[in-house]
Design a protein around this ligand. Structure first.
Ligand code: CA
Length: 471
């Protein structure tokens, strides 16, 4: 007892010398559905206001070559959750199952939520899931999340006025909503109001312990429904243009609410906040929205459902005062499958030896160092055709079907992927072909097949109108 009395104050003093940054940090990953680089002010957007994301870029680091898992929802999110690229991912397309839900993550899947839960984190997914209903192996509640709130199914998330959401695995009824997935949808409660409130509630409830919040916000995914056009209401724009801009700005203001709460709770200097889009812009740069907001101005080719840079590169920011350098802009590449190993290093959590990951820890990179060196990045997407893409160094290879020719681009001199160098670089074609075999294992759910790129959504349109827009 006497010894305790003597050591007590010393132990207390030693405890207080531990800097906040040395504690296990809170981790918040805000994943926007379909937010494009060109939507955000700090990436060059002039018409849509994103003051909170712009401030986050000033207070943290902005990445110009951050890559998603692939260019539609479910597989891209699978990569973020599992640390696997599309050559090994158990989900490589949006695959609808039954009336509600997508192809579930299979039994034995290891997620970043399980990793962080093993390190003592409180964990929540708030927003949209899309990797398995609650009665399947892909339920978020079976894969490391203590709490879920929002939409499980991607098609259900097409309505911002849904008739219900889920609180954990229980239906949370919203009787004043029509559930309409067309732009005319109406209701008493805009789903994002509840989803945003739930994120703040979770942060507040877990202020005294490390937490992981995966805030998979559905904005600005179409259907372009918004309950308030806000500062765009009187603009001389089309309704669709006003709605889209208001959705991006609403996303921005909800991120601002999270940042303000962290400040209020004095969690700022021990919370890593990251935000990214899950795939490139959802509309063609030549469409009405694309032309109006000049989304092609970021100079990239392609958009959602394509494996050119416009489909793959994300708006991505990281903020952690005192740890992530303020005002840094990094042009070095990284990808969603780096998130799980990053969380492992950041928290000391152990990835089980039996678990395969394809990513590399970004901890040193986040702190201002160079990005980890790696041999290549790899992507696939299976709609009507099986698309593949690779990047190694500044070389990019795209193949729009297993029997299609491999295209080669030099991203250093041709970020727009406008000049296919395959004819003059047969050695690079051969290397890409070998890597495209090496980087992947076959999955019977996703056989390699040729077809017209992007035709899958059209081919499925008659059978299932909702399916074409999913994810
Ligand atoms: Ca998406």
């Amino acid at each position: 007892m006497q010894l305790f009395t003597v050591l007590g104050p010393l132990a207390l003093a030693a405890c207080c010398l531990v800097s906040p940054a040395a504690e296990k940090p809170n981790i918040i990953f805000v994943l926007s559905d379909d937010l494009a680089q060109g939507d955000v002010g700090c990436y060059g957007q002039k018409l849509i206001q994103t003051p909170n994301l712009d401030r986050m870029a000033r207070e943290g680091t902005r990445y110009t070559q951050a890559y998603c898992g692939t260019t539609v929802c479910a597989p891209s999110r699978t990569s973020l959750m599992t640390g696997l690229h599309m050559g090994h991912s158990p989900v490589r397309a949006n695959r609808e199952i039954g009336a509600e839900g997508q192809l579930p993550l299979p039994a034995g899947t290891f997620t970043v939520a399980q990793l962080l839960k093993s390190a003592g984190y409180a964990t929540a997914c708030v927003g949209k899931w899309g990797m398995g209903m609650f009665d399947t192996t892909g339920s978020p509640l079976k894969l490391g999340f203590d709490h879920f709130f929002g939409y499980n199914c991607q098609r259900h998330a097409h309505s911002y006025f849904p008739k219900y959401l889920y609180n954990d695995d229980q239906r949370f009824e919203l009787p004043g909503n029509d559930g309409n997935t067309k732009v005319e949808g109406k209701g008493a409660i805009y789903a994002q109001d509840l989803i945003s409130a739930e994120t703040l509630k979770f942060i507040r409830a877990n202020r005294d312990r490390p937490f992981f919040l995966y805030h998979s916000i559905t904005l600005p995914h179409g259907t372009f429904q918004i309950n308030d056009q806000g500062i765009y209401k009187d603009k001389p724009w089309t309704e669709q243009q006003k709605n889209y801009a208001a959705m991006v700005t609403r996303l921005d203001s909800d991120v601002g609410r999270i940042l303000a709460l962290l400040k209020e709770l004095k969690l700022d200097d021990r919370t890593l906040v990251m935000i990214a889009g899950d795939n490139g812009s959802s509309f063609n740069p030549t469409s009405e929205l694309g032309r109006h907001f000049q989304q092609a101005a970021n100079g990239m080719r392609g958009f959602k459902r394509e494996l050119y840079e416009g489909g793959l590169r994300q708006a991505a920011l990281a903020r952690w005062p005192g740890v992530v350098p303020a005002g840094r802009v990094s042009d070095e590449p990284w990808a969603f499958w780096d998130f799980l190993p990053t969380c492992a290093e950041l928290t000391g959590a152990k990835i089980p030896a039996s678990v395969r990951t394809d990513g590399l820890s970004l901890v040193s990179f986040l702190k201002g160092g160079p990005a980890p060196k790696r041999e290549y990045f790899y992507w696939e997407l299976h709609e009507s055709a099986s698309l593949q893409a690779l990047r190694w160094g500044d070389w990019k290879a795209v193949r729009n079907g297993p029997s299609k020719p491999i295209e080669i681009y030099d991203l250093k001199t041709d970020a727009a992927e406008s000049k296919n160098l395959a004819a003059e670089k047969p050695d690079l074609v051969a290397k890409a072909e070998a890597l495209m075999k090496f980087a992947r294992v076959d999955d019977t759910n996703f056989p390699m097949r040729d077809g017209k790129p992007g035709a899958g959504k059209k081919a499925g349109a008659k059978k299932n109108a909702a399916k074409k827009k999913s994810g």
